[in-house]
Design a protein around this ligand. Structure first.
Ligand code: FAD
Length: 490
């Protein structure tokens, strides 16, 4: 029986642990923090239960397919609810709900620009092709080399993906109204980039959130981490928590053992790094073993970090839904400031999640509200209490004006999370929130490789390698990494 030590216990690691354990590997996960799930994390304060990271459950079939591979269903672990509206958009002077019913969205588009519903329909038809081809044909490619794409069967689909055109120019081909363009460009920010440098392929996210919907696991997003952890345990994976790996012992270009802070020694045939790639390369490996040095990482376009506020409110908030995008200021200005000028945004856009609109189990009583405010900021941004306070005042004031009510006087629990917390809690490179951005020159074969180029028994998974940031990609990444380890023993 072969054994594998998985370093880090995020969603990609948990996924890989299940596939490898099912193939009779003896699997051990060693996690720095005292819980599994990585960024899928939560905390509880005075009866409020806050999801700390992901809030947007999308591409539900990726989760379903994972559980089906083990003869299970998502519903064996948690109950999913489709949100309606999928999300609310405040854009300039407009408030638009993206309903679960596409006909309602068509009506909203027609109000903004007559004739645009037909264009949206055509745009979504094209996005569906990208979504389906990606999931059915390409998604499990390890992207070791371009050769994977060089068969007639694959090539005929490849060009439909629009990997070399930007999302912005693709959207411009369909629409001229600036507001409509903003509605469709926003997912680029979730992929860590801007619509100017994100491939048009990712219009598949528009198809995903508009047609396939946004969902919510009852009890909170952390239920996903609990589900994957339970299955991993059921399959016999050993979980070691609260003990970071601090050293890798390497001989003859193979890792012999990983050593934890408490001094435990993990010997195994294979090592899978589910913690961030740059941390392994620059902090755990000596220079002679690094395939990608500090200079390489410093030139990469890393996903934004985030300034987050978790608020427990004593009474209900009007005029917001479960997911709310506050795009009342200039989208491009925010992107240029954080990515090009590398400064804090002067008038930030922000996102508010209010899961208590859907779930009363996460508030002390039904009259209260649980809110999460997220401001995307550049990776490596300066972080201090005074900066956090300044932004808090700015966004709360704007939220009060836009939603036409007092919020500040309802706050009974407040906590913030920013760059320094990402570094301390997850060893996140530059305090990023979700890995390496999926830009035109950082997608597919351009990502750091799943298999280490120098060390024979070291593999990687997670949001710095293929396919990229987000929960569904983390699941897919775990599956690709386990496939590559399985191929290696043959
Ligand atoms: C605020 C926020 C909002 C997000 N919103 C969404 C969303 O709405 N929808 C969505 O799909 N995605 C979202 N994401 C992105 C998504 O959460 C991540 O891309 C995904 O969870 C990454 O999973 P992972 O397994 O690659 O890494 P992680 O979850 O980061 O797991 C890595 C693990 O490695 C551990 N580790 C680090 N160093 C060591 C060490 N030395 N030894 C042992 N363990 C170590 C860390 O503690 C961590 O548990 C969001 C992320 C954030 C932060």
């Amino acid at each position: 029986m072969k054994n594998v030590t998985i370093i880090g216990g995020g969603l990609s690691s948990l996924t890989a642990s299940c596939y490898l354990a099912e193939k009779n590997f003896k699997v051990t996960i060693v996690e720095k923090n005292d819980h599994l799930g990585g960024r899928l994390s939560f905390f509880e304060k005075d009866g409020f239960v806050f999801d700390m990271g992901p809030s947007w459950y999308w591409m539900p079939e990726v989760f379903e397919d994972f559980f089906k591979d083990f003869d299970k269903d998502v519903s064996d672990y948690y109950n999913l609810k489709r949100l309606d509206p999928s999300y609310r958009f405040y854009l300039d002077d407009l408030m638009v709900d993206f309903s679960a019913d596409l006909n309602d969205i068509f009506k909203e588009f027609e109000k903004i620009e007559p004739g645009s519903s037909l264009k949206l329909s055509a745009f979504l038809d094209d996005a569906k092709i990208k979504y389906d081809i990606s999931l059915q044909k390409f998604i499990l490619f390890p992207n070791k080399s371009i050769k994977e794409y060089l068969s007639i069967d694959v090539l005929k689909y490849f060009f439909k993906l629009d990997l070399f055109k930007s999302l912005r120019s693709h959207i411009n081909n369909y629409f001229s109204n600036k507001k409509i363009k903003n509605f469709l460009e926003f997912p680029a920010m979730f992929l860590g980039g801007s619509p100017k440098n994100t491939p048009a392929l990712y219009s598949l996210m528009n198809y995903g959130d508009i047609k396939k919907g946004t969902w919510y696991p009852e009890g909170g997003m952390y239920k996903i981490a609990e589900a994957f952890s339970s299955l991993s345990k059921e399959l016999g994976v050993e979980h070691i928590l609260g003990d970071p790996i601090v050293k890798l012992d390497i001989k003859n270009k193979s890792i012999k053992s990983a050593i934890s802070k408490s001094g435990k020694i993990f010997n195994s045939d294979y090592f899978l790094a589910g913690l961030e790639y740059p941390f392994v390369q620059t902090k755990l490996l000596d220079e002679k073993y690094r395939s990608y040095n500090s200079n390489y990482w410093s030139k990469k376009h890393v996903a934004p970090s985030a300034l987050i506020f978790y608020l427990g409110l004593s009474s209900k908030v009007k005029n917001i839904e479960h997911h709310n995008l506050f795009f009342d200021k200039d989208f491009d200005k925010h992107l240029i400031e954080i990515f090009d000028n590398k400064v804090l945004p002067s008038e930030p856009l922000f996102y508010i999640c209010c899961p208590s609109k859907t779930d009363s189990s996460i508030v002390p009583n039904d009259d209260m509200e649980n809110i999460f405010i997220l401001i995307p900021i550049g990776p490596g941004s300066e972080d201090s209490q005074s900066i956090r306070d300044k932004y808090f005042d700015q966004v709360i004031n704007r939220m009060e004006i836009i939603t036409k009510q007092k919020i500040k006087n309802k706050i009974i629990v407040k906590k913030s999370f920013c760059v320094n917390d990402f570094v301390n809690r997850y060893n996140a490179y530059k305090g990023n929130a979700y890995g390496l951005a999926n830009t035109l020159l950082q997608s597919a074969v351009f990502k750091p490789k799943i298999k280490d180029k120098i060390i024979r028994n070291l593999f990687y998974t997670g949001h710095f390698t293929v396919p990229g940031p987000g929960l569904p990609p983390a699941i897919i990444s775990g599956k690709i990494a386990s496939n590559e380890i399985l191929k290696d023993i043959k």
